[in-house]
Design a protein around this ligand. Structure first.
Ligand SMILES: [Zn+2]
Length: 115
């Protein structure tokens, strides 16, 4: 298993974001793609990433939280990485600002062809 680490582009609320990606060794027969760790100034959270068939052009993921994270009321987030860059996420950060760390992490991994 090859672990991939990368810094995330700085944002207003997070200047020191980073990700760690541990891909699943066999995802041919399961939606489980790997474990994503997102770290930031105040936060450190691991997610179990599943990929599901998308209805629109793009890729659909569900991030299941393995740690409590910043929003303890949520267990998972549906995220959509769109071909036309109209990405979507179910989290509060995205609802408020149209940006979030989940999409920052996923778009980085997709762009680097790690996911
Ligand atoms: Zn999000």
């Amino acid at each position: 298993m090859t672990v991939y680490t990368e810094l995330l582009p700085p944002t207003k609320s997070e200047k020191h974001g980073a990700l760690k990606w541990e891909p699943a060794t066999d995802n041919a027969t399961s939606p489980f793609a790997g474990v994503l760790t997102l770290t930031g100034r105040r936060d450190h959270c691991r997610y179990r990433v599943e990929e599901h068939p998308a209805d629109e052009p793009g890729r659909a993921f569900v991030l299941w939280k393995l740690d409590a994270g910043t929003d303890r009321t949520e267990e998972r987030y549906g995220c959509f990485v769109a071909k036309n860059n109209a990405h979507l996420c179910e989290c509060r950060g995205f609802t408020a600002t149209r940006h979030c760390k989940h999409l920052a992490g996923l778009t980085e991994l997709v762009g680097a062809k790690k996911l």
